[in-house]
Design a protein around this ligand. Sequence first.
Ligand SMILES: *Cc1c(COP(=O)(O)O)cnc(C)c1O
Length: 217
Amino acid sequence: MGLEDIQARTARAESEAGRTAGAVTLIAVSKVQPLDRVESVLEAGHRVFGENRVQEAQGKWPEFRERFDGVQLHLIGPLQTNKARAAMESFDAIHTLDRPKLAGTLARLAQETGHCPPLFIQVNTGEEPQKAGVLPSEADGFIKDARALDLPVTGLMCIPPVDEEPSLHFALLAKIAERNGLEGLSMGMSSDFEQAIAQGATHVRVGSAIFGARDYG
Ligand SMILES: *Cc1c(COP(=O)(O)O)cnc(C)c1O
């Protein structure tokens, strides 16, 4: 199935890039996918999944978590502040910290509950007006501010523009992470995860190449 192929390609890309085997976490992006496809990936032993909507995740993951041990759920879609509390409860990592207001809300909730999942800051590397994320020029300041709020920032995330060479964006993200002492790099999707691994990705987010095309109908 798709999973085995993508696992094998991930391992090969790690090795070709001189990375340690297992250095890259494969996040199987299960948004919108029929439950039976998600279940077969769970049954094959995979445990790390990505969802882009809090509500959708809350609908399907509690039951899977009961049936399968060790599930790790990553939020990879935009987060509204009024869903922040639910996201902190439902997800094991949040990849989309993208604005000061959300940082403030997460920090307040973290203080209140004593818990906050690891956070990736989304950087709008292509400076696309319709896309979420802090601009590259604002990233250093934003990372500093998030750290000053005691938020557990572990890395950066990007979604390159569809019509541009993704490697340039991956390289930019890696450079910003390095100069800020951040280890985590969430980058690479079905069409470009091997390039992302070559540029240092620690987390790749692969959906359709594992599960098949999403049917939004
Ligand atoms: C849907 C989605 C993915 C997975 O996309 P595929 O092309 O299906 O691999 C990765 N990252 C984000 C942020 C997404 O929304």
